[in-house]
Design a protein around this ligand. Structure first.
Ligand SMILES: [Zn+2]
Length: 104
């Protein structure tokens, strides 16, 4: 089974998902990839094989968009805040539970 990772692409590329062979257009930015080969995988395969990592990637992308949109604002818009909260909640629900020392 392939291990997935998040990788940042500097340029847009066309490829095929190595897991389902679906055609992919990878715009520059963050994508889920096969860790060993760094070949991008489609959203469906990424979500199915690594839901926590996929949710983390969504959260990172929404945070990046929010940062760009709100760069010159005193406070982000309510729409931006709700999108961030939704992505954080999705990540929290999908991420593996981490045992914290001293946590109950
Ligand atoms: Zn795929």
């Amino acid at each position: 089974m392939h291990q997935l990772a998040i990788h940042s692409f500097d340029e847009t590329c066309q490829s095929f998902c190595p897991l389902c062979e679906q055609r992919l257009l990878c715009v520059a930015g963050l994508h889920l990839v096969i860790a060993e080969t760094r070949k991008p995988v489609c959203r469906s395969c990424g979500h199915g094989r690594a839901p926590g990592l996929s949710a983390l990637l969504d959260l990172a992308k929404i945070a990046e968009q929010a940062g760009r949109r709100s760069r010159h604002l005193l406070t982000p818009s309510m729409e931006t805040m709700l999108a961030l909260a939704r992505a954080a909640e999705n990540y929290s629900a999908a991420a593996p539970r981490i045992a914290l020392a001293g946590a109950h």
